[in-house]
Write a protein that binds this ligand. Structure first.
Ligand SMILES: [Zn+2]
Length: 499
C-alpha cells in the first residue's frame, strides 16, 4: 500500500500507516438523526466510502465504523416541535438515512453503533475520567476539565487561554455557569424526572455529544484508531474534545490520522438550513440519478469547498441544477460506453497481438495512483474520461465495416470497469436499467410522458408501413422539436432525449 493522506493533526500529507499494515481501523462520525441527509452528508459519506473502497482495492482489510447519533438535544427539540416521541423520530430518520446512503452507492459500514445501545460504555468512560481527575460533577451534570489535559487544542491549533465555549456544545445558560473553564464541555447532562433520559451513576440524564464518539470508537476499534474522519466543521470542538477525553482516559494517542472533508457551499457560505440554501439528498433524487450526485461530489478535491449552483425561474422556484445535470450526462456516457463494450458481437472480437491503448491497459493503475495521492478523485475522473474515450474508439473500430476488436483489449476494458466500480463505486448498475430511468426522467422534466412518445412512435411506424413517408417525417420532426431523438434499428424504433 502506498496511500498518502493529509493529516489534520500534523498539517501535512503523509503516508497512511495503520498500526497493523494489513488492517485499517477507521471511524467516521455519523449523522444526528433528526432530519433527512442533506448534500453535506452526501459529500462526506461518499468521500469516506471511496477511501474504504480504495484501501480494500489495495488488498488491506478495513473495519469501517460509522455511528448513528440517536440521542441528542436536536432530536429532543425536533420531537417536541413535531409531537413525536424522540426515540421514534430518531429511528425513523436513521432508516431514511440508511436508504439514502444506499441510493448514493455507499457501502454499509462494518459496524454502525448507536448511542442508545452504548450507554454502559459511555458510563464507564465518564467514570474513568472522573476517577482520573479529568472530569467533575456540577449539579447533576458532568464536565470535562480542559485544563486537566495540557495538549488541549492540538488538533485545531488553538490556544486554550484565548478559548471560549465551543459553538457546538449545545448547553443552556445555567449549564454554562456551572463550568470551571469556558471551554469545559459536558460529558453528561442532567434530565428532569419526566424528560427523555437514562439513569446513570450521576442521576438521570443523557450523554453529551462528544463522549459518545470516544466511547463507541474505542469499544469497537481499540484505544488507538488508524484514522478518524468527518466534516471540516467537526475539527473544533467535536474532534478536539474526542482527543481530550480519549487520551486523558487511556494515556495513548487516540487516532494516528485525522481526515476532514470540505463543506458544500453556496456563494462561499456553508450550506445550512438557517440560511435557506439547504437541499436534502432526497430533493435531488427526484431530479437526477443518485449516481450523478455521487459523481459530482468527486469532481472537486475532498478537502476543497464544493460550490453549489442552481437555476431559478422568475417566481424564485428552483428549475434546475446544472452541475448535477452535467454529472448525469457523464454518468449516462459511462453506462452507454459500458453497454457498447458488453454488446460487442462475439464475431467482432478476435485473437490478435495488437497492443491495447494505454488509456485502457493502464486505467486500473492510473485510478490507484490518483487515489493514493490524498484521494485525488478529480484526477481519477480525468483518467476515467480518457478511458471511456478509448473504449468508445475500440468499439468504433470493431463496428466499422469488416472491423474487429482485439480480445485482450476488450478483456482489459472490462477489467477497467470492474476497477472503476471497486474504487469509486461508479458503473455498478445494469446499464439498460439506469439509462432507461435517466431517459424517462429527462422526458418528464421536459414535460413529456414516455407513454405518449411511444404512442407517437407507433403511429410513425404505421405511417411508414403504409408508405406515408410525409406523415412519418412529420412525426419525427415533431418529436425532434421536443428534444426526442428516434433511433431506427433492426428491432424497431427506440428513442432517447437529446443532450
Ligand atoms: Zn463524532
Amino acid at each position: 500500500m502506498n496511500v498518502r493522506l493529509y493529516n489534520t493533526l500534523t498539517g501535512q500529507k503523509e503516508p497512511f500507516e495503520p498500526a497493523d499494515p494489513d488492517h485499517a481501523r477507521i471511524y467516521v462520525c455519523g449523522p444526528t438523526v433528526y432530519d433527512y441527509a442533506h448534500l453535506g452528508h452526501a459529500r462526506c459519506y461518499v468521500v469516506y466510502d471511496v477511501l474504504v473502497r480504495h484501501l480494500r482495492s489495495d488488498g488491506i482489510k478495513v473495519t469501517y465504523v460509522r455511528n448513528i447519533t440517536d440521542v441528542d438535544d436536536k432530536i429532543l427539540k425536533r420531537a417536541a416541535e413535531t409531537g413525536t416521541e424522540p426515540t421514534e423520530l430518531a429511528t425513523r430518520f436513521a432508516a431514511a438515512y440508511s436508504e439514502d446512503m444506499h441510493r448514493l452507492g455507499n457501502l454499509d459500514p462494518d459496524i454502525e453503533p448507536r448511542v442508545s445501545t452504548h450507554l454502559e460504555d459511555i458510563f464507564a468512560l465518564v467514570q474513568r475520567l472522573i476517577d482520573g481527575g479529568h472530569a467533575y460533577l456540577a449539579d447533576g451534570d458532568v464536565y470535562f476539565s480542559v485544563e486537566s489535559f495540557p495538549e488541549y487544542g492540538k488538533l485545531s491549533h488553538r490556544d486554550l487561554g484565548k478559548m471560549k465555549a465551543g459553538a457546538s456544545d449545545r448547553l443552556d445558560g445555567a449549564q454554562t455557569a456551572r463550568k470551571r473553564h469556558p471551554a469545559d464541555f459536558a460529558l453528561w447532562k442532567k434530565s428532569e424526572d419526566d424528560a427523555w433520559g437514562w439513569e446513570s451513576p450521576w442521576g438521570r440524564g443523557r450523554p453529551g455529544w462528544h463522549i459518545e464518539c470516544s466511547a463507541m470508537s474505542m469499544k469497537h476499534l481499540g484505544d488507538t484508531l488508524d484514522l478518524h474522519g468527518g466534516g471540516l466543521d467537526l475539527v473544533f470542538p467535536h474532534h478536539e474534545n474526542e482527543i481530550a477525553q480519549s487520551e486523558a482516559a487511556t494515556g495513548k494517542p487516540f487516532s494516528r490520522c485525522w481526515m476532514h472533508n470540505g463543506f458544500v457551499e453556496v456563494d462561499k457560505e456553508k450550506m445550512s438550513k438557517s440560511l435557506g440554501n439547504f437541499f436534502t439528498a432526497r430533493d435531488l433524487f427526484d431530479r437526477v440519478e443518485p449516481e450523478a450526485i455521487r459523481y459530482f461530489m468527486m469532481t472537486v478535491h475532498y478537502r476543497a469547498p464544493l460550490n453549489l449552483d442552481w437555476n431559478l425561474d422568475g417566481a424564485g422556484n428552483v428549475t434546475g441544477f446544472p452541475q448535477f445535470e452535467e454529472a448525469e450526462r457523464r454518468v449516462a456516457y459511462l453506462y452507454k460506453t459500458k453497454q457498447r463494450l458488453e454488446g460487442l458481437p462475439p464475431k467482432r472480437v478476435v485473437d490478435s497481438d495488437a497492443p491495447t491503448p494505454t488509456e485502457i491497459a493502464g486505467f486500473s493503475e492510473a485510478l490507484r495512483e490518483s487515489l493514493d495521492d490524498d484521494l485525488n478523485m478529480p484526477i481519477a475522473l480525468a483518467k476515467l474520461a480518457e478511458f471511456l474515450k478509448a473504449v468508445n474508439e475500440l468499439c468504433d473500430g470493431a463496428m466499422r465495416k469488416k472491423g474487429k476488436a482485439p480480445r485482450s483489449s476488450v478483456e482489459q476494458a472490462k477489467a477497467g470497469f470492474r476497477a472503476l466500480e471497486g474504487e469509486l463505486g461508479l458503473g455498478a448498475e445494469p446499464a439498460d436499467v439506469i439509462l432507461l430511468r435517466i431517459r424517462d426522467r429527462r422526458a418528464k422534466v421536459s414535460g413529456l410522458e414516455a407513454s405518449n412518445i411511444e404512442r407517437r412512435i407507433a403511429e410513425r411506424t404505421e405511417a411508414r408501413e403504409s408508405k406515408d413517408f410525409g406523415e412519418a417525417d412529420r412525426i419525427r420532426d415533431e418529436l425532434a422539436a421536443l428534444g426526442v431523438e428516434l433511433l431506427d434499428g433492426p428491432e424497431g424504433t427506440g428513442w432517447t432525449m437529446a443532450d
